[in-house]
Write a protein that binds this ligand. Sequence first.
Ligand code: NAD
Length: 483
Amino acid sequence: MSSYVESNSVVMDFSKASINDVFQKQKNNTKNRRENFGYAERVVELKNLREAVLAHEEQLYEALYADFKKPQEEVKLTEVFPVLQEIRHTLSHLKGWMKPKRVKPALSVFGTHAQLRPEAKGTCLIISPWNYPFTLSFGPLVSALAAGNSVIIKPSELTPNTSALIAELVKKTFSPDLVSVVEGDAEVSQALLQLPFDHIFFTGSPQVGKIVMAEAAKSLASVTLELGGKSPTIIGPTANIKKAVRTIVWGKYANNGQTCIAPDHIFVHQSLSHDFAEAVNQEVQRVYGKTNAEQKSTPDYCRVVNERHFQRLSGLLEDAKNKGAVVLQGGELDSSDNFIPPTILKNTSDDMRINQEELFGPILPIIEFDDIDMVIKRINDNPKPLALYVFSKDKSFTGNIINQTSSGAVGVNIAVAHFLHPNMPFGGVNNSGIGAAHGYYGFLAFSHEKGVLKDYASITHMLFPPYTPKVKKLINLVVKVFG
Ligand code: NAD
C-alpha cells in the first residue's frame, strides 16, 4: 500500500445494494460449491491463501505499524504465525475431518447404519475486531473454507490500514462469489446482519455480541460468538514467582494489553504480595525500559489503538487513583501518541471501575488475598471469563480452582499460549462466548453435522399401526428393554 489511511477514519464505500449484490452472488454459488468443490478444491483455496499471506507479510508489518505501532516481531508471532499454523494444521487433517463418521449402532434401531456427514453451512459472515485484525479475520476464514463455505468478511474500521490490506489480499486471491471483504463501521456491519447468512462468526465485545445474536435470530442463523471480559490470574502461595512474572508481563503487555485473553487483574496471595509486586516491576523494566522515556522509545511496545480507547483507559486510571489506588509502576500518559506505559496498581477496590470493566489496555491491578475461597466466590459472582490463569506448584490448589469455576479455558503456570494450541477449542462460555474456533472445532463451527440413517434390515415397521395385540406387546417389550 502506498498511502496510509488516517487512523480511525471510516472506510465506507459499500452501499446496501452492493452488499446485497455480493451476498446474492455467494448464495448463487452455494449449489455449485456443494456439487463441485470437494477436498481437492478446498486444498487449493487454502494453499492460495497461504501464498497470499506470505506474499503480503511486509505490507502487513507496515499496516499494523501505521495502525497502532505494533512491533514487527509481535506481528509475526501473533498475526502471521497463527494463520499459517491454522492453514498447515487444516491441510494435514482436512481429509479426515471431511470423511463421514460412523455412528455406533444401537439395538433399538437394529438393522440400520448411521453416519455423520459434515456439510458446509453455506454463505457465512465473519465480523472481526481491531485488536488482532489479521488473525481474527483469516483464522476463521481458514475454517470456513475448509468446511466448504463462501464468506463475507467485515474487518474492523479501527485498524483501517490492516482492513484495507485484508481487502486487497482477498480481492487478489479469491473470486468475490467465494470470499469478499466489506469494509466499514457498525452501520455497515448492521447492513450485513440484515441478510440471511447461514452462519455468523463474530469476534468482539459482549455488548456487540448480543446485538449480533439478536440480528441472527431473525433468520435463525447459527452463531459463533468469540467475546471478551475480565480474565483473572491467581498467584497461589507456592507459585514460582519468576516464571509467573515472565509469562504475565508478556501476556499483559504484548499488543499493549489489548488482548482478549490477557491477564486482566491479578489475585496474589498475601505471603507473596510484596515479592510479586517487586518482581513484576523489575520484569517490566527489564523488558520495556526503566524510565518513561525508554518505555516510550522502545520499538517493542505498541500503542493504544485510538484516542477514544486512550481516553477510556486514562479515565479508568483517574477513577482508580481518585478512589485510593496506588501506582507501583507507570501511570505517566501521553495523549499525543496514545501512549500508556506498562502500569501496575495496588490497593484497588470493588467500587473502582477498573475492577468492574474489561480493561483491554496496559493497566494491571494487583489484588491481595488470604482466602482462596473468597477469590473463587468473586470469580463466580461475575460473568464467566474467557480465560483464567493459576500459578501454583500445588496440584490440589489448582485442581480446586479448575473444579469450582467456569471459564472459556484455564492456563496453569502459563498464560495466553492456549490460543496457539491447534488441537484445543478456543472460545468462551456465556458472556465470554458461544461456540469455539481453531482446528477441528473451527471446521465444525462452519459445518452442519448431518445425520444419515440407512436401513438394511430394520424391524421398526413391526411397531407401526394398526396396533393389534401383537404390536402392542412388541411396543411394551421395546419400552421395557430399551427405555
Ligand atoms: P467491538 O464489539 O466494538 O467490534 C467488533 C466488530 O463489530 C467490528 O468489526 C465493529 O465494526 C463491529 N460492530 C461494532 N458495533 C457494532 C454494532 N452496533 N452492530 C454491529 N456490528 C458492530 O469490539 P472491538 O473493540 O473491535 O474488540 C474488542 C473486544 O473484542 C473486547 O471485548 C475483546 O475482549 C474482544 N475480543 C475477543 C476475542 C476472542 O477471540 N474471544 C478476540 C479479540 C477480541
